[in-house]
Design a protein around this ligand. Structure first.
Ligand code: ADP
Ligand code: MG
Length: 237
């Protein structure tokens, strides 16, 4: 079976060091897939490779069975990819509504962009801050708006880099439900996250990176008991 996202044998070298060393992963529609590992393991670099911001030294990325390795970010977006960044990338002076509108106007439903925005405001419960400017928001809320921008493009593949950082317990719990519902609607959700409660609750499959290598993959209950993963990462969490 062809997975929605297939990443194989990706190597990225920075100044002689391998940030990624022949790493691969899969993400399926209808599932939340987690990518975990210690700081510096290469998670954000892998997202840059999948998103088309960084060309790998070796390796392939395919989305929906199409090899997109040579495509830039805009072309990958046409194949259904959307992402958020570890660093917030909102337009600070624009309102939350306008941040969402800019994204919706770039998406496939641009003719009904303001309706798409209304739906997202409803779905993410952003009514109370819709007219606030983005740079007034607490970080956790800003991340939620970034997810809103990603889903405004109606993606089939959503990459989320530490979206729950800065959220409190209740926000994180609701966020987990949101991720679940995006997958239930048919998207493939790929999540980088350090909050192990969220990861273990919401993910169907996990991939574990350490020093640029994929050291384990499987369902959360298997990963949680994996000796190599415990030694490299979970033992410290
Ligand atoms: P993670 O997201 O898992 O914390 P990163 O992908 O950010 O890890 O980083 C992986 C490794 O690559 C780290 O050793 C980091 O210092 C290095 N690295 C990341 N980006 C760059 C860059 N632009 N130039 C040089 N080294 C980088
Ligand atoms: Mg990172």
């Amino acid at each position: 079976m062809v997975s929605l996202l297939e990443v194989d044998d990706v190597t990225v070298v920075f100044g002689g060091n391998k940030a990624l060393d022949s790493a691969g992963l899969r993400a399926e529609r209808g599932q939340v897939t987690g990518l975990i590992g210690p700081n510096g393991a290469g998670k954000s670099t892998l997202f840059d490779v999948i998103g088309g911001l960084r060309k790998p030294t070796t390796g392939r990325v395919s989305i929906g069975g199409v090899d997109v390795t040579k495509h830039g970010p805009a072309k990958r977006a046409k194949h259904g990819l959307a992402r958020t960044f570890q660093r917030l990338e909102l337009f600070g002076r624009l309102s939350v509504r306008d941040n969402l509108l800019v994204a919706a106007e770039l998406g496939p439903e641009r003719r009904r962009a303001s309706r798409v925005v209304d739906e997202i405001i409803e779905r993410l419960d952003l009514h109370h801050i819709a007219d606030s400017s983005a740079d007034e928001l607490p970080t956790g809320t800003g991340r939620l708006v970034e997810v809103g921008r990603a889903i405004a493009a109606r993606p089939s593949l959503i990459l989320l880099d530490e979206p729950a950082a800065g959220q409190d317990h209740t926000e994180t719990e609701r966020f987990g439900e949101l991720l679940r519902s995006l997958a239930d609607d048919g998207a493939a959700v790929l999540l980088v996250e350090h909050d192990m409660g969220l990861v273990m609750n919401v993910c169907d499959q996990l991939f574990v990176l350490d020093l640029g290598k994929m050291i384990a993959s499987g369902p959360p209950e298997v990963i949680r008991a994996d000796e190599t993963v415990l030694a490299a990462y979970l033992g410290d969490v």
